[in-house]
Design a protein around this ligand. Structure first.
Ligand SMILES: [Zn+2]
Length: 113
């Protein structure tokens, strides 16, 4: 093998590596667009996916919450006596229970932002 052909193989290796890199960046770029509707965002998802591969990026994407761009209603429970609103379900109002009253909580929709 001559020195020239050895150099050509090396060049080919670098070329393939370069192409693989371009393809990788494109995959990561397309993947990062999925982060647009999530709290993680496009840029952060791109950086994570680029450095830690899109497989790890996917885990971050799944664990990231959907971006809260609009108001949504959350089911909550209100006590009519003391007016306190609970986000968790209780059989009776815990505050009124202390006063010896067992009052059922009313289901309401709390508007979240
Ligand atoms: Zn109460």
């Amino acid at each position: 093998m001559t020195q020239t052909s050895k150099d050509n193989i090396m060049e080919l290796k670098y070329l393939l590596l370069f192409i693989a890199f371009i393809v990788y960046v494109n995959i990561v770029y397309l993947f990062s667009k999925l982060g647009k509707t999530r709290e993680i965002g496009t840029i952060r998802l791109f950086i994570i996916s680029f450095l830690l591969t899109p497989v790890i990026g996917l885990a971050f994407l799944i664990s990231s919450n959907k971006r809260k761009m609009f108001m949504y209603k959350e089911l909550s429970y209100k006590c009519d006596r003391c007016g306190f609103v609970f986000s968790d379900f209780h059989d009776n109002c815990p505050f009124c229970e202390k006063d010896g009253l067992f009052l059922k909580l009313r289901e309401t929709e709390k508007i979240m932002t």
